[in-house]
Design a protein around this ligand. Structure first.
Ligand SMILES: NC(=O)c1ccc[n+]([C@@H]2O[C@H](COP(=O)([O-])OP(=O)(O)OC[C@H]3O[C@@H](n4cnc5c(N)ncnc54)[C@H](OP(=O)(O)O)[C@@H]3O)[C@@H](O)[C@H]2O)c1
Length: 277
């Protein structure tokens, strides 16, 4: 099977379906006429075609039949409904899901275990082709299926890795909470910059520059972040006064608790989905 000659179906025309369709078309891996996207509302499909001029349908089954590979892009809460629709159709073609939190066993309970199946956790940064997509395969998926999924998600990520299924939830929630932390951090720092006298634009660009440079510095050395923090804080100097306040406000503990709360929520959602199934 040559991916350049393959047709791809995207079931659910949301944010991620658009990112994936754009990635496939921009990279020229799949042409826009070989992609079919489904959504139950035509107005959403009209909007989607304005962004990426793919083929569209209001029938999930029609979209599924179109593709050599089908990627289900609905939210976890809508997954059982979609699987019930597809149940009579699914056979040997590769089926991919990007839904967070739902285990492969939940899909196999609906569609059986003989369909090659890939659970993918794409990066949030698909539009800029950054970050890592994690993939987990069922036992029916072969090396060729892995190669296909890797090329598809390679159009929207810098890296694609294979993970054991018991790591993919932690991979997901760690990724999303890390991203959320950086956004919160930047938002607060930009305000702080304005309060200490920088113009808004200067505060904005300096905050971004410092966050990127600090992360690159950690990446480039063998030192732990705590060692670099130590080097940054001259005893009796100014930075250490700020760090003292961060410690008093338990910033480190809040970050750890946030990641753990998100992971616990993922477990709760998985359990709820299992009971719905
Ligand atoms: N956003 C991210 O960064 C990210 C990253 C990795 C993985 N994911 C996963 O990707 C999936 C999609 O996320 P998203 O952010 O793209 O969500 P989204 O924008 O809400 O997209 C889901 C789309 O599916 C549509 N839909 C709902 N029920 C449907 C059905 N029965 N048939 C066809 N379409 C249906 C929704 O329509 P309505 O809204 O009109 O109901 C919506 O357009 C989720 O499972 C999420 O866990 C997201």
């Amino acid at each position: 099977m040559v991916l350049e000659e393959m047709k791809v179906s995207l079931i659910g025309a949301g944010v991620m379906a658009e990112v994936i369709a754009l990635g496939l078309v921009r990279s020229k891996l799949v042409s826009s006429e070989d992609i079919m996207v489904s959504h139950y509302r035509e107005d959403r499909l009209v909007q989607f075609r304005e962004s990426v001029p793919v083929r569209t349908t209001t029938s999930n089954v029609e979209a599924y039949r179109h593709g050599d590979v089908a990627i289900i892009c609905v939210r976890p809460q809508a997954m059982n409904g979609v699987l019930k629709e597809l149940r009579g159709e699914v056979e040997s073609r590769l089926l991919v899901t990007i839904a967070a939190g739902l285990p492969i066993s939940l899909y196999e309970a609906q569609i059986g275990g003989s369909t090659p199946f890939v659970r993918a956790m794409p990066t949030f940064f698909g539009r800029i082709k950054a970050g890592t997509t994690g993939l987990t395969l069922n036992s029916a998926a072969t090396a060729q299926h892995l190669a296909i999924a890797s090329r598809i998600f390679g159009t929207i990520s810098e890296n694609v890795i294979v993970l054991p299924e018991d790591e993919i939830d932690a991979f997901t929630t760690f990724g999303s909470t890390t991203t959320a932390t950086v956004y919160l951090l930047l938002d607060a720092l930009i305000t702080a910059g304005s309060l200490v006298g920088l113009r808004h634009q200067a505060s904005h660009s300096r905050a971004i520059e410092q966050v990127i440079a600090a992360a690159r510095n950690v990446e480039a050395t063998d030192k732990l972040p705590s060692q670099l923090l130590d080097e940054l804080c001259t005893p009796g100097g100014v930075t250490v006064e700020g760090v003292k306040v961060f410690e008093e406000r338990a910033m480190r503990g809040a970050l750890i608790d946030g990641v753990m709360a998100a992971t616990n929520r993922a477990r709760e959602l998985r359990e709820a989905a299992r009971q719905l199934g």
